[in-house]
Design a protein around this ligand. Structure first.
Ligand code: SF4
Length: 565
């Protein structure tokens, strides 16, 4: 437990916020174009970040004076397992045009993001999302965020349904009880109930007064398909299946990507196996784990507030003992089951009930029309015509579900008309690449990410083609800073923005996301990323063992051996 006098500033803001209200209610009604810095923190648990257009920071008025920051909001929709109806998807496409920057982003956690929403439009945008029966509540901030789940829409197979049910239960169970979100964002435009006198506290049985010390991430998947990167989650449930039934879950704890390079006390971590539990124990065990983090996580130093540090400092056995104490019974040792594979779900597939599903790759998750590639119009056309349900994937792409086989030819035609490429037209390295947004919206970005990665993949494709390696599944994740929102420390290749225009290259992870990579080279200019990797790819081509992946090869040789050649 933390000494109250030493609590971080954000902890004080939360304590004094009257269950996440602060002055948001009055500020949102004011004409000022931005929120104050305390309110910036309180926007997050409601699913929003205040940002400014970083491309415009140096912009000048006609008279030569500085324009100042052009404030705008990012609004994130929380969608457990990425399951969205056609109507919900279409509504988000409309909202990005009405209130955002004309583009919709699929996040690396199976959610949607609107970017470029000015403060005056914030309430209308949030209300538009809620009208679709989705919410932004809890999508950011110091609470449980979107619960990820394998999105494969397999029917007549209880395994996939049960995983999604568990994801929905976890999402519901860990939603804050505070009514602040409703009062601030969902009341009519004439005003809110925000003055302190009218404020009525509600019990927060899990989060208490100060919510969690830091963000908290959960995910559920199968051993053969770690498409949600379970080892990077604070809490993961790996389904153990026998005779087509989930017989239990391996519980993984303490994954987390963010680091501060200047602070040696911080590090990325893959989750550790904690226990094996029965399916009906999922919510109870999750609650015990979250409460241990709530009560013992670091609230003095936000750089060390994620649960991975608590587990590191205590050791997994002591952490488990405390979880068992909170849960009220001991937990069996983990099952032998572990991650063995990964699938991006792109392309046409049978879904088990006579219908088909189609995974469509959305490069870097950005749904927009640009040149000949008109993804936004193409998806809108398909969703309006067929009304099929969708799933968002953790690789920032979309699955269209419940397709009648007789419609396949027409859908293929529509995709081609809109310049949307299918699985066989895309390389694996592009399909397994993801990027965080970084510039121009993220206030923490140091380098480009979303805007840079497609060009880097273009170069990588040329290199791989020369070496005859295009058929290899090589996962590439890029982020604009070490915070690691696109999980850059576990794929085959990670590019992490380090300083202006320069990246740290990580190698030795894998597409299955089961281990951390190592720093291969630091401070590599963007235009030299692929050039720097060329000798390693050449070496891989010449020396790999049969069937060995690029990441496995790099991990086997290690940095020194790779550098030596
Ligand atoms: Fe921003 Fe860094 Fe996250 Fe990218 S990784 S979105 S730059 S905080």
């Amino acid at each position: 437990m933390t000494d109250a006098a030493k609590l971080s500033k954000v902890e004080h803001i939360k304590i004094e916020s009257r269950q996440l209200r602060g002055s948001l209610g009055s500020e949102i009604m004011s004409d000022v174009d931005h929120f104050c810095s305390d309110s910036e923190q309180l926007l997050k648990p409601h699913g929003m970040y205040q940002q400014d257009d970083r491309d415009e920071r140096k912009a000048k008025n006609a008279d030569g004076t500085a324009k100042g920051k052009q404030y705008m909001m990012m609004v994130r929709t929380r969608i457990p397992g990425g399951r969205a109806s056609a109507a919900q998807f279409l509504a988000h496409l409309d909202l990005c045009e009405q209130y955002g920057n004309d583009t919709l982003r699929i996040t690396t956690r199976q959610g949607f993001q609107l970017h470029g929403v000015i403060k005056d439009n914030l309430k209308a945008a949030v209300q538009g999302i809620n009208r679709t029966l989705l919410t932004t509540k809890g999508a950011c901030g110091d609470n449980n965020r979107n619960v990820m789940c394998c999105p494969a829409p397999i029917k007549n197979n209880t395994v996939f349904d049960e995983m999604q049910v568990a994801a929905d239960q976890l999402a519901e169970h860990f939603t804050a009880k505070s009514t602040a979100y409703h009062e601030i964002f969902l009341t009519d435009e004439s005003g809110t109930t925000q003055n302190a006198a009218e404020w009525q506290p509600v019990e927060e049985p899990i989060y208490g007064k100060t919510y969690l010390p830091r963000k908290f991430k959960m995910g559920i998947c199968l051993p053969e398909d770690n498409c949600i990167d379970i080892y990077t989650q604070d809490l993961g449930f790996l389904a153990v299946v026998e005779n087509n039934q989930i017989v239990g879950y391996n519980v993984l704890v303490g994954g987390g990507m963010g680091v501060t390079p200047s602070a040696a006390k911080t590090f990325p971590a893959v989750a550790k196996k904690l226990a094996y539990i029965q399916p009906d124990q999922v919510v109870g065990v999750a609650e015990a784990i979250v409460k241990v983090q709530r009560d013992f996580g670091n609230r003095e130093d936000r750089k060390r507030a994620r649960m991975k540090y608590l587990i590191h400092d205590w050791g997994i056995e002591a952490f488990k003992a405390k979880v068992e104490e909170y849960y009220g019974q001991s937990l069996p040792a983990p099952h032998a089951a572990d991650v063995t594979g990964v699938d991006d779900h792109i392309g046409w597939h049978e879904q088990g009930d006579g219908k088909l599903f189609l995974g469509i790759n959305i490069e870097t998750g950005r749904i927009k029309d640009e040149g000949e590639l008109r993804i936004k119009t193409g998806l809108r056309t398909l969703l309006k015509k067929y009304g099929m349900p969708t799933r968002l994937t953790a690789l920032q792409s979309v699955i269209l579900c419940d397709i009648d086989p007789k419609d396949k030819a027409d859908i293929n035609q529509l995709l081609a008309e809109h310049g949307i490429k299918q699985d066989h037209e895309l390389t694996l390295v592009r399909r397994y690449s993801i990027a965080c947004p970084a510039f121009p919206t993220c206030g923490l970005s140091i380098t480009e990410s979303e805007r840079a990665l497609p060009g880097v993949i273009d170069q990588l494709e040329v290199e791989l083609s020369k070496l005859g390696l295009l058929a290899e599944k090589i996962a590439v994740h890029m982020t604009g800073c070490p915070n690691g929102c696109a999980r850059p420390y576990t794929p085959d290749i990670g590019f992490v923005g380090k300083t202006l225009g320069k990246y740290t290259i990580f190698l030795g992870g894998n597409a299955e996301g089961t281990r951390l990579g190592f720093i291969y080279q630091d401070l590599v200019p963007q235009e030299e990323l692929v050039k720097t990797l060329s000798p390693v790819l050449l070496q891989y081509k010449a020396e790999r063992k049969p069937g060995e992946s690029f990441g496995d090869f790099c991990a086997r040789l290690g940095k020194e051996a790779l550098k030596a050649e």
